[in-house]
Design a binder for this molecule. Structure first.
Ligand code: AMP
Ligand code: GLY
Length: 421
């Protein structure tokens, strides 16, 4: 079987790594990929959002299965285009992926199907949004409705920050059309956990839980990023919480989507806040998380292709999905300046040594002659397993210690919160 993975970050490297292990897979292609992916798959220089270009590649190479990493192509309708062309694709169709593409839609579905989430209001005009903020006060959360590369959520600890966020989003249009609508939400306190689940639209099978570290600096300080690291399992996610999340969140979400004519198949990601009143949904993603996937897939004991085929045939209930009891930690090594402007083209050293200790998933890297250089904000996702979270942390940081590039920055406290529990 020939597989095409779409995307070029750490998540996609982890997907390629896992798919390569399937006895059913003969060849893996990745568009556009990165320098690490190029060591185990054939990279094709077509962007993840160039749907026509990707379709052409899939047809020309005789691809049997396409696995989509990022959300943008799903929300742009890749799922429909590929299926219409008779291709198998793992990822929801546009109408289902909109649960990530529109925060207002996600909130409407949650309210309609009684899925626990923060109270909210939706606005199409800045004036009304600002009045609402003044009435409700801070802390309060302002969200651009559409996609904003992970930057569309402003957790405002004071009114002025919230009002400025509304002005930036709705008047200055810093996220373009994504800011035509804003969602303003109650501020929730608690610990976050990411639940990724496989679903064929009927059966929902959660993966092992993971936790992401969104802030750039140690101790969860500084601006939000795409994710500076992840670990799995997440001790906050107890067996009781699992039951609640499955019964009150994941199953009603998939059933609700079906009732809305938005049949969902693929991976659904629920970002939860574990509050004193139980888990509440912060967001949905229509795909694997990044970097959660790196920490989750290294624990998956079942052939991913077998799971995907079962989903596409609507027989997920028949598959016994196994997970390793080991813990996994992924430490993201980023370029200096990230999540703001960052330098590129810095030579990365020590990758081979690091790969003897852990698994180095590449994110923003590219080949330059015989060398591998930085080419993105998040550069590497250095991942390791261990018999406990502590061992996994030690192993991941031992691997990190082998790597160097100019200006590298990474958090020193990935996974530590779970040690303090
Ligand atoms: P999102 O992209 O919706 O996950 O939001 C990004 C981050 O903002 C989340 O991971 C949370 O840390 C934070 N956040 C989002 N919504 C809320 C909320 N209602 N209360 C507190 N924090 C939030
Ligand atoms: N790590 C957060 C996300 O993938 O959206």
């Amino acid at each position: 079987m020939k597989v095409l993975v779409i995307g070029g970050g750490g998540r996609e490297h982890a997907l390629v790594w896992k798919l390569k292990q399937s006895p059913k897979v003969t060849e893996v292609y990745c568009a556009p990929g990165n320098a690490g992916i190029a060591q185990m798959a054939t990279c094709v220089n077509v962007g993840a959002e160039d749907i026509d270009g990707l379709l052409k590649v899939a047809l020309e190479k005789g691809i049997d299965l396409t696995v989509v990493g990022p959300e943008a192509p799903l929300i742009a309708g890749l799922g429909e285009k590929f299926r219409e062309a008779g291709l198998k694709v793992f990822g929801p169709r546009r109408r289902a992926a909109e649960i990530e593409g529109s925060k207002a839609l996600a909130k409407e579905i949650m309210i309609k199907y009684n899925i626990p989430t923060a109270k909210y209001a939706k606005f199409t005009e800045a004036g009304a949004a600002i009045d609402y903020i003044k009435t409700n006060g801070a802390p309060i959360v302002v969200k651009a409705d559409g996609l904003a590369a992970g930057k569309g959520v402003i957790v405002a600890m004071d009114e002025e920050t919230a009002i400025n966020a509304v002005k930036d989003i709705m008047e200055s249009k810093v996220f373009g059309e994504s800011g035509n609508i804003v969602v303003i939400e109650e501020y929730l306190e608690g610990e976050e956990v990411s639940i990724l689940a496989f679903t064929d639209g009927e059966t929902v099978v959660p993966m092992v839980p993971s936790q992401d570290h969104k802030r750039v600096f140690d101790g969860d300080e500084g601006p939000n990023t795409g994710g500076m690291g992840a670990y799995s399992p997440a001790p906050v996610y107890t067996p009781e919480l699992h039951e609640t999340a499955l019964r009150d969140i994941l199953i009603p979400t998939i059933k609700g989507m079906a009732a809305e004519g938005r049949h969902y198949e693929g991976v659904i990601y629920a970002g939860l806040m574990v509050t004193k009143d139980g888990p509440k949904v912060l967001e949905y993603n229509a795909r694997f998380g990044d970097p959660e996937t790196q920490a989750v897939l290294v624990r998956l004991g079942t052939d991913l292709v077998e799971i995907i085929e079962a989903i596409l045939d609507k027989r997920l209930a028949e598959v016994d999905i196994k997970w390793s009891n080991q813990a996994a930690v992924c430490v993201v090594m980023a370029s200096s300046g990230y999540p703001g402007d960052f330098a590129k083209g810095k030579v990365i050293k020590g990758l081979e040594e690091a790969n003897k200790v852990g698994i180095v998933f590449h994110a923003g890297t590219k080949g330059q002659g015989d060398e591998i250089v930085t080419s993105g904000g998040r550069v590497l996702g250095v991942t390791a397993l261990g018999d406990s979270i502590k061992d996994a942390i030690d192993n991941a940081y031992r691997a990190v210690g082998k790597i160097s590039f100019e200006g590298m920055q990474y958090r020193k406290d990935i996974g530590y919160r779970s040690l303090n529990r």
